[in-house]
Design a protein around this ligand. Sequence first.
Ligand code: B12
Length: 465
Amino acid sequence: GRLFNNNQLIVAEVLQSAEVMKAAVAFLEPYMEKKENSTKGKVLLATVKGDVHDIGKNLVDIILSNNGFHVIDLGIKVAPQKLIEAVQAEKPDIIGLSGLLVKSAQQMVITAQDLRQAGISIPILVGGAALSRKFTENKIAPEYDGIVLYAKDAMEGLALANQLQQNEIEYTKTKKQETETEKTAPTAIAAKSNVSTDVPVFVPTDLERHILKDISLSHIIPYVNWQMVLGHHLGLKGKVKRLLEEKDEKALMLKQVVDDLLDEAQRNNWITPAAVYQFFPAQSEGNRIYIYSPKDKRTIIEMFEFPRQPRAPYLCLADYLKSTESGQIDYVGFFAVTAGKGIRELAHRWKESGEFLKSHAIQALALEVAEGLAELIHQAMRDRWGFPDDPDFTMEQRFAAKYQGQRYSFGYPACPNLEDQEKLFRLLNPEEIGIHLTDGYMMEPEASVSAIVFAHPEARYFNVL
Ligand code: B12
């Protein structure tokens, strides 16, 4: 069980060691004495209601399972009632909750309340990209009678699970604050940014809905960010591009694993990328933007409202469009892309058969193929908008968004309102390429990306708070 306590191992190696471990145990099992209760404890793992996040939960499953815990994976979109029933049936020692989005962090609060209502108080471990220790302590823990602990990654989750089972956790709960000291928003100031209003209107070639269904993976591969695949997801430390150039052994080995998997994926049609995009006539009014019918360019078919920075330079996405007062019709684009269905099933099959690295790598690849396809579609939209990238534009420049205009995904800082996904879905109907919105406003399949695209030459990323 102490095999993975080595901090030097990167994610990919941890998964490979786990594979070896599992194979060795399977081989030796017939010769070993059967001991009852030979596990360190039972863990119920679930991604919360409305959330399809699988990759993070699966990593936690693999790491805990291969370090002596008996893990029961309840899957994704697990409603509190289903979790309560599983707790009553399985009598676990620990509950593990996962979720990707801020919405899911809120869902964890509700889940904690429901568990408490059902008289459950066993320790809960929580994790996920949008979650924080502070949120866990201030918002989730006060709603629950038992211990609630935040883990920043799967390894910390393992350390905490071990400590919990050895009763090594010293736990003091922050009291629920009855009088929430909500910061009141500053009273509306008629602030304006100095984003130029005299830039030309960039007119797209058409206002049709473009559906791309049979996109070859080979077209997207050049747009995949290997820093994300090998560095962020598989754990390679350092600058991936440089490591590959310097023929670093670990980097080359991992790149090979991923390249082989990509070949296999291509031969078997495991990744089936699809995209939908469209330009719409649009104008702004204050912090709002109006989307007009492509037919008459005057009937308002949708309205978005974006937050404005409370301080200089007072940016707001609406400033990147011509205003209603200007008398000029401007244009805005939307897209939704996906790496396709079936990745979850594939990853689960491999997880069950002990092919842990492959299981994790195919999910990571799918996610980054979706992101790569977003980059590709954005480029195609710039072409149609009349400002194509220079022929010598590099992929690095593209990843650094050094082109004209910008894409913004709902849920990110400049347009944090995830509910706006619903409006985007009404405009584009991504259901037609197999993307569905959950009741938590998350897109299913997990490997999907959506965005609103602006042409304004000064458009850039910004935070609102
Ligand atoms: C890579 C990435 C993506 C990828 C992959 C997402 C994914 N499924 O992981 C893609 C490109 C698909 C993507 C899409 C989107 N993304 Co994104 N994405 C990220 C990013 C940069 C990293 C996420 C990541 O590392 N994923 C890999 C997994 C393995 O990591 P993880 O989930 O965190 O899991 C680890 C730990 O958290 C922990 N853990 C997780 N669960 C549990 C449970 C237990 C019990 C334990 C112990 C531990 C544990 O262990 C795991 C392994 O170590 C984050 C920002 C950030 N730096 O975190 C934004 C982020 C998550 N994305 C965000 C958003 C908004 C989106 C989109 C909604 C944008 C859009 N409109 O298209 C979509 C949503 C996709 C959908 N299906 O609906 C926001 C979410 C904020 C919010 N408003 O909710 C973030 C936080 C960025 C931000 N700063 O605003 N995204």
